[in-house]
Write a protein that binds this ligand. Structure first.
Ligand SMILES: Nc1ncnc2c1ncn2[C@@H]1O[C@H](COP(=O)(O)OP(=O)(O)OP(=O)(O)O)[C@@H](O)[C@H]1O
Length: 299
């Protein structure tokens, strides 16, 4: 489990993380979202014990993580820019990991060979970007970590491999309660795999929720009335966004589904559809509400 409490981090007096607090429970998959430069990588590197926060606490598996060898035995951090020892093959990297990590599982490494189907004796630097990402997963999962921290893990992977890796991660969470923290701009992947999400914006946690709970709180409403009810709707609903398409109005609304339905039905609409939002849409409207221009968001 990961506990971040009131963490503040600056680079040369420039604040990057500002009183960040959140918890990832054991056996949970947490998606950390955020705009470019929000501080996600800095937060992940702090959680991995690579950077030290100026104030606040970062505990992993109930211990302070910075310079803590015991925790680092059980935690794997996969950065967005991968690093392998120069000239090493996957087999040589595996032997290196075996030396470092007490929990290295050679049997797992052999079994995962069938999933990745990479030549373990080829120099990793000769592999493509996506294949290098596969090697990183191959090695990381063979360590059998208790905590896996992943920065843009799906970068460069094709759809089939993304699916295979997603299944492997879910299997480890189900079988042995591995805890995963993922930072990604790929919101569809996050939506498919995570049970909790947090949005980081300008070094602060804007929102943190269970994914199902979050999704049940946002709706896309298409509605038309005989009379103009726009003012009443704006008074009675928490409207995040509104556009008109002729006589049909499209609203993005926050609130309990039953309450939204009740409010609209009381006004006797002639057209009324209520649809869920994708995580990508929630992210856009939440950040839009925080003053972040919608067109800047998707990368
Ligand atoms: N080593 C460093 N020295 C100085 N400033 C840094 C350093 N690392 C990050 N920063 C700054 O901290 C801020 C947050 O960067 P970070 O990489 O954590 O953001 P991010 O949310 O991961 O962004 P992206 O989505 O673009 O990858 C940026 O303004 C960046 O310039």
């Amino acid at each position: 489990m990961i506990e971040v409490q009131d963490v503040t981090k600056s680079f040369e007096k420039e604040p990057v993380l500002n009183n960040v607090s959140f918890t990832v429970k054991r056996g949970s998959i947490y998606g950390l979202l955020g705009s470019n430069g929000a501080g996600k990588t800095t937060l992940l590197r702090t959680i991995a014990g690579i950077l030290k926060q100026q104030s606040g606490e970062v505990n992993v598996l109930d211990q302070s993580v910075f310079e803590n060898e015991d925790v680092k035995q059980k935690l794997i951090f996969m950065p967005d820019s991968l690093y392998f020892l120069p000239q090493y093959t996957a087999r040589q990297m595996a032997s290196y990991y075996q030396e470092i990590f007490d929990s290295w599982n050679e049997d797992r490494f052999q079994k995962l060979k069938a999933v990745f189907q990479l030549d373990e004796n080829k120099k990793i630097s000769k592999f493509s970007k996506g294949m290098q990402r596969q090697v990183a997963f191959w090695l990381s999962l063979s360590v059998m970590p208790e905590v896996l921290v992943l920065d843009e893990p799906f970068d460069g992977l094709d759809a089939v491999m993304r699916q295979k890796i997603r299944n492997l991660l879910i299997q480890d969470v189900a079988d042995r309660e591995m805890t995963i923290l993922i930072s990604s701009h790929n919101l569809r992947e996050v939506e498919d795999i995570c049970d909790h999400v947090g949005i980081l914006h300008k070094g602060e946690v804007l929102l943190e929720r269970e994914l199902d709970d979050l999704k049940s709180d946002f709706h896309k409403v298409q509605v038309a009335f005989k009379e103009d009810n726009k003012e009443i709707l704006h008074e009675q609903l928490d409207i995040l966004h509104h556009t008109s398409r002729g006589s049909v109005q499209l609203y993005i609304v926050r609130g309990a589904e039953s309450q939204v339905k009740e409010t609209i039905q009381a006004l006797q609409p002639v057209v009324f559809d209520l649809l869920p939002l994708t995580l990508e849409e929630i992210f856009i409207y939440e950040l839009g509400g925080a003053g972040y221009a919608i067109e800047n968001i998707l990368t």
